[in-house]
Design a protein around this ligand. Structure first.
Ligand code: COA
Ligand code: AMP
Ligand code: ZN
Length: 432
């Protein structure tokens, strides 16, 4: 049974008492890491400094940059020999952000995932197809472990190759699919090209969509095309990955599993808490992680806590859809990218100038990353061989940096807007 009734419907005072006990334990554990140990000693902070949940504001925020600066093991709270898994978030410049797990963390994450899947009606009799990058991406193994724990026949389909995905769906009678919403549209288009209607020719019932921003309209379109119910799943590698917040069958916001995560919403410019129900930056603290606890991690995601209670009976708060970012990160094909990563690649190639334009556009059902860049003044713009070589080089280097193969267009000098002031570097032309 993965309807953990007692914990999911815990009255708020009891839930908050549990959070406080776990927060104090998390501070104790985190203090064993080089990063938090040094910081908290300097600030004279211990678990005893936090005697109420509101005292959390005594602790400094943790940022992606802190993780990068502590690379590779500075955030580890346990001996390296007890660590069993590494994941790493895409979308970082310089050092990657590494996230480590011990056996307890993997167990607890799998339980949260199983609980999440159960909450949207997935059961052990289901065939679950995970159309998501495996490897260092958390959506692969995260959903795999959760669906297996629930007892589903779990197909680790991975990303890409739509025709094979469709064959798997049909051959094995897949009922439940996890994929990013933009890819689900691509899947629909390929099914249409193959001449069949997913509502008639498949046993699909449930889609779990997440890992990138999407609108209510997108959800409704997916539901109509496939004849399914689609549920939003939110997570980030630093907080495990998926299984942080999940919609229940009421589809009215993302329940955060508050026995495992503590939520704050702050104004990203003042760093003060926003008023109840206002939009701000989501800040999260792990409450049940041992290898690498994180306290007051600034996610960069903008959202708000929804008012009221949910008719499903769960007492855990609900977040609204993510409405944007407090930084300039964007997500394409499920990969997080900062414009600075692309700029860094361009700057390392002497044959290219410093102006560039990134366009995100849906072409043939696939969201593409288009990078336009100017050649340097000393490069002969009529030398087609040189230009082809440069295009291939830039394409490969951007793919290595971002995991997405870009469409590269080289332009003569002075074609793109100059970089003085705030030049527009990213154009959003994707299908809404
Ligand atoms: N999930 C599943 N398939 C995807 C996808 C995604 N996020 N993004 C693109 N694809 C599909 C494309 O539709 C294409 O398949 P098709 O032509 O048979 O329809 C195939 O992957 C390759 O796409 P292409 O655009 O040629 O490749 P790329 O080199 O730019 O991208 C990916 C490579 C898709 C493998 C890489 O971006 C990736 O691994 N993305 C998955 C990230 C992910 O799962 N994130 C969620 C983490 S929770
Ligand atoms: P990663 O660490 O690579 O798993 O990426 C995490 C980021 O993906 C989050 O910080 C969000 O910006 C984004 N993300 C994940 N799930 C969702 C979702 N359901 N809706 C909007 N954005 C999401
Ligand atoms: Zn609910």
């Amino acid at each position: 049974m993965y309807w953990e009734r007692e914990i999911e419907t815990l009255p708020r005072p009891k839930l908050e008492a549990l959070q406080l006990a776990r927060l104090q334990q998390t501070i104790r554990l985190a203090s064993r890491s080089t990063y938090y140990g040094t910081l908290y000693r300097r600030l004279n902070l211990t678990a005893d400094s936090v005697t109420a949940l509101t005292d959390i504001d005594k602790l400094p925020f943790t940022t992606k940059q802190d993780l990068r600066d502590s690379f590779p093991y500075g955030m580890l709270s346990i001996g390296k020999s007890e660590v069993i898994r590494l994941h790493s978030s895409s979308g970082t410049t310089g050092n990657p952000t590494a996230v480590f797990h011990n056996q307890h963390d993997i167990e607890s994450w799998a339980n949260l995932m199983a609980r999440s899947l159960y909450s949207v009606g997935v059961r052990s009799s289901d065939v679950f197809q995970n159309i998501c990058g495996y490897g260092l991406f958390t959506g692969g193994l995260g959903f795999q472990y959760g669906a297996e724990r629930l007892g589903c026949l779990t197909i680790p389909a991975g990303a890409g190759n739509s025709q094979r995905q469709i064959k798997l769906i049909r051959d094995y009678g897949t009922n439940v699919v996890h994929a990013i919403p933009s890819y689900v549209h691509r899947l629909a288009e390929v099914m249409e090209q193959e001449g069949f209607d997913p509502r008639q020719s498949t046993e699909l019932r449930t889609f779990i969509i997440g890992a990138e921003p999407h609108s209510e309209e997108q959800r409704l379109r997916i539901e109509a095309v496939f004849g399914v119910k689609a549920f939003n799943s939110f997570g980030l590698s630093e907080m495990n990955g998926p299984g942080v917040a999940f919609e229940c069958t009421k589809q009215n916001g993302l329940h955060v599993w508050e026995d495992a995560f503590f939520v704050e919403i702050i104004d990203p410019s003042t760093l003060e808490p926003v008023a109840d129900g206002e939009i701000g930056e989501l800040v999260m603290t792990t409450l049940d992680r041992q290898a690498m606890p994180l306290l007051r991690f600034r996610t960069g995601d903008l959202t708000r806590i929804l008012p009221g209670s949910c008719p499903c009976g769960r007492t855990h708060i609900r977040l609204d859809r993510i409405t944007g970012r407090s930084d300039d990160m964007f997500i394409v094909k499920g990969c997080n990218i900062f414009p600075m990563q692309i700029e860094g690649v361009l700057m390392r190639i002497p044959d290219l100038g410093s102006n560039y334009l990134i366009t995100l556009e849906t072409i043939d059902g696939v969201d593409e990353l288009i990078v336009e860049a100017e050649i340097a003044r000393n490069v002969d713009g009529t030398d087609s061989q040189r230009l082809a070589w440069l295009t291939a080089l830039l394409t490969r280097q951007i793919r290595d940096e971002t995991l997405v193969t870009p469409i590269v267009k080289l332009l003569p000098p002075d074609t793109l807007p100059q970089s003085e002031g705030k030049a527009v570097r990213v154009r959003e032309l994707r299908r809404p």
